[in-house]
Design a protein around this ligand. Sequence first.
Ligand code: ZN
Length: 512
Amino acid sequence: MIKYIAYCRKSTDEPDRQILSIESQVSELQEFAAKENLKIVSTITESKTAKEPGREKFAQVLEMVERGEAAGIISWHPDRLARNSIDGGKIIYLLDTGKLLDLKFPSFWFENTPQGKFMLNIAFGQSKYYVDNLSENVKRGNRQKLRRGEWPNQAQFGYLNINKKIEVDKKRAKYVQKAFQLFATGGYGYADIRKFFNQNKIFNKSGHELHLDKVKRILTDPFYYGVMKFCGELYEGKHPPLISKKLFNKCQEVVKLKSRKVKNNKHLFDFLGLVKCGECGGAITAEKHTKYYKRTNRKVEYIYYRCSKKMGACSQKYIGKDGIEKQLKDIVLRASLPPHAAKKFLEWAERDANQEKEKSTGIVSTYQLQLKETEEKTDRLLEGYLDKIVSPEDYQKKKNELVESKSLLNSKIKEISQNGAEWLEPFQEFVNSALAAHKIARAKNSCHDLSIMAKTVGSNFFLKDRRLSASFKKGGFDALAAAASATSRPLSTSYWQTVVDSNHHGQLVRRY
Ligand SMILES: [Zn+2]
């Protein structure tokens, strides 16, 4: 009597839902064996794809047959045994050499005869053909679509799939735009952006609030400035962009800052990685102390920051968290704009931009010329690649660069023809950041945001003798801070009225 091995397989990525689960394959085979009076000596299951050779358990089956421990295999269908020519070939070879005497499939007829082996070969071949065909068709279809500038998947949040095209979702798009603008200021976290969506009743398709991961995916997807990222490669999209590349890049800087925060995810120590020791240049570390008050029977936690003294001897003493927080708030506040001043600046900027709009036609044609050159370069690169002068790696790298610079030029042209001036958007961003800085500097329990905002407005934070110093970022924040230092009462409304009236915005605007 032939001894059989029952082999069941279902891969996790199997697209065909009709394939039985491993458990039901096992019970089907047991039933089948009982009915046909077959003796199963071992049941082996595996959850791996059969597209590529190298399945461990399958190799074990073949070894058992080689060693003569079994001479038959039972499986649901030949495609459970092999979906590649190597594994299929091994089975046929074992049949040819007589080590394998029989194969049984509840869903496939097999007899160990030349005709049976021929049919089996075809079954293996068909399985392979099915797999090859499926992935090849999908890949080919995707590549063609991408090259045409079409997105092969479901439309991004803020867009809709209409008649096989990607169209702007008028209801959601403007909120997505605003979300990028808010996030770029550095004063808003992912949760704040979600809150902003919620407040405006912008939800996902099933009517629920967006998942935080989703918010993050939106804010990091180049799709929104017109470039499609698919399997690591960039393609120019035909869909209308919602934001400029510059705004997108700004957001990526903020994303980087936020993820650095997550890395040293010690919620308590928000200012780590921001400040260095002013005496020895060493890193500042933080520690938590708990103090017990007997009289009132309560515990209070204190957080201290101090020089790590890893650079050698240093005489600096610790400073409490509140001490840093207060000074940091002062610094951020000096580089900030209160709402009424921000509003004025934005009004002026808009007015100036409109005046410049008329002068901008010349600039646009320069960009259009550059765009044409980039397109020619892309063509030449493709020719070089097709002639095998350029390697696939170089081609992809270079092509990505060209796609990016093309999209930058396009967005510049669009921006100028829409807004009239290149400086307007960055200037608006700057004003919005300064406004967010104002909000954060005056908020309570905002240490996390405060730390991020500090990096937005300044750098080189040093702590010496419990005093915090910083340099303000050039191109706006330094000017605000200088203006704030020039007066003793930087917060009063009358002060801002003077700044605004003395036409400081001219200075600021010229920097952009
Ligand atoms: Zn030190």
